[in-house]
Design a protein around this ligand. Structure first.
Ligand SMILES: Nc1ncnc2c1ncn2[C@@H]1O[C@H](COP(=O)(O)OP(=O)(O)OP(=O)(O)O)[C@@H](O)[C@H]1O
Ligand SMILES: CC(=O)N[C@H]1[C@@H]2OC[C@@H](O2)[C@@H](O)[C@@H]1O[C@H](C)C(=O)O
Length: 401
């Protein structure tokens, strides 16, 4: 047998596995690195996050990624160069973390590498009838594996698309395995660049659960903060937005898009929710000369409105109090959180910390869960398939040798 396959077989059969989950999201703030210890798989998955770090990207790295990120016209050579460059950057960050944590690479069984999304194009967004759903993540897995010497599973989204999904959100698979609870309906709300949520029914019925994007989380807040305040990458604590007033006509114009009426599950990205999107809404609502504070206040309200409307669509009346477990950078924005509290007064807000997972680490952990399933789980982590949520295992395997 090829020794690589023998090694894979051995890892798959171990009672415990150490997997590093890597996530670099749409905010381009840095790489999340979660060292996880797994026991079991499927509904019997038990995960402990042994170490976690967010390693911020230097401005120069952000600038390189921004040259291709969510743009329909790019320098193609630059995209080609970024594919291995990002992989090597991520590999070196892993090696640095392991050194700092005093853990040898040989003591890690696998890296689960999301890579960097550079373009997301579900059919609903690209609108070209002869082309399928598509999404592109770069940061080649072979480069991560060879540089670190650690077996790497990467490029998780392509199988989802190939099997009928939009390539996102993949959170539903991990959320179901880690956070479902009998007799308790749960919402797992992640507020990254894009906001999404997973509904986990207390019935544990795999056919009833789903996750969906709901619109922008922080992406527009970051984009306009960076435009007006070039020395800031985001509006820390919502300090600028807190000084502004919501402009209602602009808010209505922002919400006037077919994405909001489309059925669940659905996905989106900064390709749609861009500066242009806001400028066009400003033109339609005669609000082009809004102050930065009023614009940011309106954009916070816009993010909150997408989240609230989607949750209300699932739960128009709240017979029993619904618990929302928040994660992602938006939970650190008090203005956004206050708006959500006000508009969902019947919901109880906790964070995934209350479920044993650091909310900043959650997405990186979810990719480690997907890798654990690919190694040791079944072919169908959810046990049943529903439109847009195919029952498939995900990720491509790269051997280190
Ligand atoms: N203290 C804070 N105050 C306000 N906003 C914050 C704070 N901390 C983080 N954020 C916001 O969270 C963002 C980062 O969130 P996160 O890391 O969850 O995004 P991501 O994983 O890149 O996105 P996605 O989940 O869409 O891929 C920052 O860019 C910023 O907008
Ligand atoms: C194409 C892509 O990278 N989508 C991300 C993005 O960031 C948040 C939201 O948009 C979500 O759909 C997805 O990531 C999470 C981790 C997911 O797949 O569940």
């Amino acid at each position: 047998m090829n020794p690589n396959l023998h090694n894979l077989f051995t890892i798959a059969q171990k009672p415990q596995r150490r997997i590093i989950g890597l996530m670099s999201g749409t905010s381009l703030d840095g790489l999340d690195v979660a060292l996880c210890r797994f026991e079991g798989s499927g509904p019997a998955t038990h995960v402990q996050v042994e170490r976690f770090a967010t390693v911020p990207y230097p401005e120069a790295v952000k600038a390189e990624i921004r040259r291709v990120f969510a743009k329909s016209t790019i320098d193609f050579e630059h995209l080609c160069l970024l594919n291995p460059w990002i992989a090597l950057l991520h590999a070196d960050i892993v090696l640095d973390c392991l050194r700092a944590w005093k853990i040898a690479p040989q003591d890690v069984d696998c890296i689960a590498s999301h890579g960097q999304t550079v373009f997301h194009a579900p059919k609903s967004q690209h609108g070209k009838p002869n082309f399928p759903n598509a999404t592109l993540q770069i940061g080649d897995g072979d480069h991560v594996a060879v540089r670190t010497g650690i077996l790497t599973i990467s490029d998780f989204r392509q199988k989802h698309v190939a099997a009928g999904g939009e390539g996102a959100p993949l959170a539903v698979y991990g959320d179901y395995l880690l956070f479902s609870k009998a007799r308790e309906d749960r919402i797992l709300l992640n507020m990254g660049g894009i906001a999404n949520f997973t509904f986990l029914p207390g019935s544990l019925d795999a056919g009833a659960m789903f996750s969906t994007d709901v619109g922008p989380g922080n992406t527009l807040l970051d984009a306009f903060t960076q435009l007006y305040f070039p020395d800031k990458s985001y509006d820390a604590e919502g300090a600028i937005a807190a000084q502004g007033q919501v402009h209602e006509p602009l808010l209505r114009a922002l919400l006037d898009h077919p994405f909001y009426a489309a059925a669940f599950p659905k996905t989106t990205g900064p390709e749609l929710f861009s500066r242009d999107y806001v400028v066009q809404a400003q033109q339609r609502s005669n609000s082009v000369s809004l102050s930065p504070a009023d614009l940011l206040a309106t954009l916070v309200e816009f993010s909150a409105a997408g989240i609230v409307a989607s949750i209300r669509r699932c739960f128009p009346t709240s017979d029993a109090p619904l618990t929302i477990y928040a994660s992602g950078g938006g939970m650190h924005n008090p203005v956004l959180m206050k708006t959500l509290h006000l508009q969902l007064p019947d919901c109880r807000f906790l964070t995934t910390h209350d479920l044993g997972i650091n909310p900043d680490a959650k997405e990186a952990v979810l990719f480690a869960v997907l890798a654990n399933e690919t190694l040791a789980g079944s072919n169908a982590p959810l046990g049943s398939s529903r439109p847009g949520i195919p029952a498939v295992s995900m990720g491509k395997i790269s051997f280190a040798q």
